[in-house]
Design a protein around this ligand. Structure first.
Ligand SMILES: C[S@@+](CC[C@H](N)C(=O)[O-])C[C@H]1O[C@@H](n2cnc3c(N)ncnc32)[C@H](O)[C@@H]1O
Length: 646
């Protein structure tokens, strides 16, 4: 575990959401070495008071305990106050209607840093310029009112007029130059906020940043690695320099030297292996990458989903407030979510929890089900469903009508799935345990399918920091391969004839492109009868259209990415497909002799010849079979050795 991992934030920040077109603002470099990076709001018009600096009303929110009080009046007062607060919180929120509304910007800042900078709007310099006064040789300002045309040109005044015109031209030129300079300076400021303080900073910074040479790095390593403060400063400085490389880099040093230093520092500071640090680093602009790594050190807010089969959100909130839970609705995008700020009782063991009134569930986990949007009486497949957070959400949206097939390849995990289904009172769910790649042979013709795929978990590192050290290149290849097989099976399980649906939602709690856009793009290429449609989610970043030399289908923009540092929720990815009727037969080579889907990797044309017998596929197949057997509790033999190179 990295050194920062120990330094966890106390109470989680309230969840606030940024709009889809939100761009992450760059941080200003500060000279406070230990300070956590602070985000400043550029636009005061859009600024919202920080949730950390809560309104006074909320600060007085009572923490009620079920133990009660000897003083009945006091109890009633507190009770009334709690009721009022709930009424305020929930006013206008109709539990039965999907809520829509503007999304809010997530603010990292602590209360004391909440001052909102004056908005930096681009004003027309033309409007700001003082009215020019044309010198006429007279100080009498009334003269300036006179128009040139009115003055008769005579031999006597000709020279004076000529001088005045020259002077005016000079003044105009000077003013224009000044204006151009101003615009250039302003553009530079806008292009990079760091530049705002650059001169001051650099002038004050006697101890100028020096990028260690290879020898210096080796020496540093041999002495047990650098001090945390040195790494912090180096990360900040490297990010600052990479942002404006030509201007700020040390002469003779390359961009990749700074990048390598950053990745190496990220590994030692946060505890990632080099492969994963680089993979994640590449996903973002430099300074945003640091924000991403930083946010993985902070726990996400505790959130619960109201089980509408058993209660209403308002009633649940009331019951929990009465037990001493401090909570509020997550945001306008969900009418069932509640964020828990603090609780005097264990939130996973309240009578309401045991009675199935809610599910402890990350906010990001609501998103695929919202995108799936199942309708009553539909037939739905949840292909990889354990432990059932999304299954039970689907069952609730179906209002216990229709049927949900909750499948998971891992039989052991179906126990917790079944327990959750019972606890939440879902009566329309059938639990099964197949490898998802066996669908639709076992069952097909679903109105909607959810494939919440097995993934690397790079979106949930704050929950499972072991991901930082234990994910390798091989893991990503295997996972991407499995996901590609599963997604084709999921598509083929959807009924294009469905009167109400015909949709597949693909999701992962990972942020890597291999597991997301690459899988979705592969599915689009292999199944011409599907197209991407809007997820219906009002926030989230657009999926990548291209990434590191790979180009994806333009419709990948319709998919959505969610990030911890932007949306204060787990990293997540959601894509929604509409499945149409097939116009021609599926390519034969998709299905192997044993009925499994064959994944065709990069270079589709050559790959057309591939079957499961192909040497390249063997290790993947073998590994998949080993895992399958292991999951079923069967003994697996040793891995076969790779054949020697010819
Ligand atoms: C991300 S988790 C699913 C979480 C679940 N949807 C929820 O909301 O609670 C992925 C699941 O896929 C299952 N899985 C892995 N390989 C599978 C396969 N080949 N077919 C079906 N399920 C699989 C794992 O056992 C795991 O439970």
């Amino acid at each position: 575990m990295g050194r920062r991992a120990k330094n966890k934030q106390g109470a989680p920040e309230p969840l606030q959401i940024v709009p889809a077109d939100f761009t992450v603002k760059k941080r200003k470099a500060t000279d406070q070495k230990d300070a956590r990076p602070q985000k400043k709001l550029k636009d005061a018009g859009k600024a919202k008071p920080s949730k950390t600096a809560k309104p006074a009303k909320k600060e007085t929110k009572p923490v009620l305990t079920s133990g009660g009080s000897d003083d009945e009046d006091a109890w009633e007062n507190v009770q009334d106050e709690a009721d009022d607060l709930l009424d305020d919180e929930f006013e206008g929120l109709d539990d039965d209607e999907p809520l829509r509304g503007p999304v809010q910007e997530f603010d990292w800042s602590d209360a004391e840093d909440d001052e909102i900078p004056i908005p930096k709007t681009k004003k027309s310099k033309q409007l700001e310029k003082p009215t020019k006064i044309v010198p006429t040789g007279s100080d009498d300002s009334s003269v300036e009112e006179d128009s040139d045309e009115d003055d008769e040109i005579t031999a006597a005044n000709m020279e004076a007029r000529s001088r005045a015109l020259d002077a005016q031209a000079l003044l105009d030129a000077a003013a224009d130059a000044e204006e151009l300079q101003g615009i250039a300076a302003e553009e530079e400021d806008d292009a990079d906020e760091y530049a705002m303080d650059e001169d001051d900073e650099e002038a004050a910074d006697e101890d100028r940043f020096h990028l260690p040479t290879l020898e210096e790095r080796a020496a540093e390593k041999s002495q047990g690695g650098p001090d945390v403060h040195i790494i912090q400063r180096r990360l900040r400085e490297c990010a600052r320099i990479l942002n404006k490389f030509t201007k700020r880099a040390e002469p003779g040093r390359s961009r990749s030297e700074y990048t390598d230093q950053m990745i190496s520092d990220i590994c030692s500071y946060y505890g990632y292996n080099e492969f994963l640090a680089e993979k994640l680093f590449q996903l973002f602009p430099v300074d945003e990458a640091v924000e991403f790594f930083e946010s993985n050190e902070v726990p996400r807010p505790v959130t619960i989903r109201t089980n509408t089969l058993r209660t209403r959100r308002r009633d649940l909130a009331q019951a929990l407030v009465n037990r001493g839970v401090n909570l509020e609705p997550i945001g306008k995008w969900t009418n069932v979510g509640l964020q828990v700020f603090e609780s005097s009782v264990p939130i996973g063991a309240t009578p309401e929890y045991l009675a199935g009134h809610y599910m402890l569930q990350a906010a990001s986990s609501f998103l695929p089900v919202i995108a799936l949007s199942p309708e009553p009486n539909e037939r739905v497949l949840d292909m990889a469903s354990a432990p059932g957070g999304k299954t039970t959400h689907i069952a609730a949206l179906l209002q216990n009508t229709g049927v949900v097939f909750a499948n998971d390849a891992n039989k052991a995990r179906t126990k917790s799935l079944t327990a959750n289904i019972h606890r939440l009172g879902c009566k329309n769910v059938v639990v099964c345990s197949y490898d998802g790649r066996e669908f639709p042979r076992v069952m097909g013709g679903f109105d909607r399918v959810l494939l919440d795929a097995p993934c690397s978990g790079t979106g949930v590192i704050s929950k499972d920091p072991s991901v930082k050290a234990n994910k390798s290149d091989r893991d990503f290849s295997l996972l991407s391969h499995l996901q590609k097989q599963l997604i084709l099976c999921a598509i083929d399980s959807v009924s294009p004839e469905s009167k109400t649906g015909g949709y597949l939602v693909y999701s992962t709690c990972s942020v890597t492109v291999d597991e997301n856009e690459a899988v979705v793009d592969y599915a689009l290429r292999k199944r011409p009868n599907v197209k991407l449609v809007s997820t219906g989610l009002e926030f989230g970043r657009e999926g990548f259209n291209s990434y590191r030399g790979k180009t994806f289908h333009p419709s990948l923009k319709l998919t959505r990415r969610f990030y911890p540092h932007v949306h204060n929720m787990d990293g997540f990815y959601v894509a929604k497909f509409k499945v149409e009727r097939r116009t021609k037969q599926a390519p034969e080579e998709d299905i192997s002799a044993d009925g499994m889907v064959v994944v065709v990797e990069e270079g589709e044309e050559d790959a057309k010849k591939l079957t499961f017998e192909a040497d390249e596929d063997k290790p993947y197949l073998e590994e998949a079979k080993r895992r399958q057997m292991k999951a079923k509790g069967l003994r697996v033999g040793p891995r076969s050795k790779p054949a020697p190179a010819a």
